[in-house]
Design a binder for this molecule. Structure first.
Ligand code: ADP
Ligand code: MG
Length: 236
């Protein structure tokens, strides 16, 4: 598999008063095309910090980050924003959908920023909602949908620009276990279709859908284990 993302000796330090917090303390990691990674670790171990840096939402204090062979420290904010919009999809625990706005319009939003013409936007948003099994809920607003359905809308929104990688920070954290299984089946399917997936979770049952589990402790990688079955075969 080709390396998509190469991280070397990343650190992230925060200064609060006279205390320095090392949110990341020397993280090196390769993410391959087609990977399906679960990141685990205690609260405060640096998982979200790493995810935000990988997603170009934040920058490291030191270390290097290459995306498809290009070192990102040479990129300005506009170029990073473009990578974020075109190549990376985000899914959050709390869905982060616009209220009072239909599922279809929520999914169209990233394409608005990307300058896609209206007819094309609608066509692709519909296609994306169909892919997550919500073709019959396009005019529903978030408060008219269940938690699992709202997370599906947010996944549809995350994949609508056809990103290279999907990043999900505790995507099942607000869902019951049955709904979590449905959402994980969806991530599994997207990975089977070629999408690279990195998700953070506290739950072992959720992590077991991934084919690689990385554990964090105190801003460092504690373990990085490949699992037996390739992606897509774990459910079978
Ligand atoms: N903006 C910030 N300012 C100061 N400290 C922060 C900030 N963001 C995160 N931290 C600290 O960095 C550490 C790692 O945080 P985080 O990556 O959110 O952990 P996790 O997602 O594993 O729970 C924690 O100690 C947290 O308090
Ligand atoms: Mg976190």
């Amino acid at each position: 598999m080709n390396t998509m993302i190469r991280l070397r000796d990343l650190t992230k330090r925060y200064q609060t008063g006279d205390q320095e917090i090392r949110a990341l303390d020397g993280v090196s990691l390769d993410i391959a095309d087609g990977d399906f990674i679960a990141i685990m670790g205690a609260s405060g171990s640096g998982k979200s910090t790493l995810m935000n840096i990988v997603g170009c939402l934040d920058t490291p204090s030191s270390g290097s980050y290459e995306f498809e062979g290009l070192p990102l420290d040479r990129y300005d904010d506009d170029a990073l924003a473009q990578i974020r919009n075109q190549k990376i999809g985000f899914v959050f625990q709390s869905f982060n959908l616009l209220p009072r706005t239909s599922a279809l319009e929520n999914v169209e939003l990233p394409m608005l920023y990307a300058g896609v013409p209206p007819a094309e936007r609608k066509r692709r948003a519909l296609e994306s909602l169909q892919k997550v099994g919500l073709g019959d809920r396009t005019e529903h607003k978030p408060n008219e949908l269940s938690g699992g359905q709202q997370q599906r809308v947010s996944i549809a929104r995350a994949i609508v620009n056809r990103p290279k990688i999907l990043l999900a920070d505790e995507p099942t954290g607000a869902l019951d276990s049955r709904t979590s299984e449905e959402i994980m089946a969806l991530f599994t399917e997207l990975n089977r279709l070629g999408m690279t997936v990195v998700l953070i979770t506290h739950e072992r049952e959720v992590a077991e859908y991934a084919h690689r589990i990385i554990r964090f402790r105190d801003g460092r990688i504690l373990s990085d284990d490949l699992r037996g079955a390739p992606s897509g075969q774990i459910l079978a």
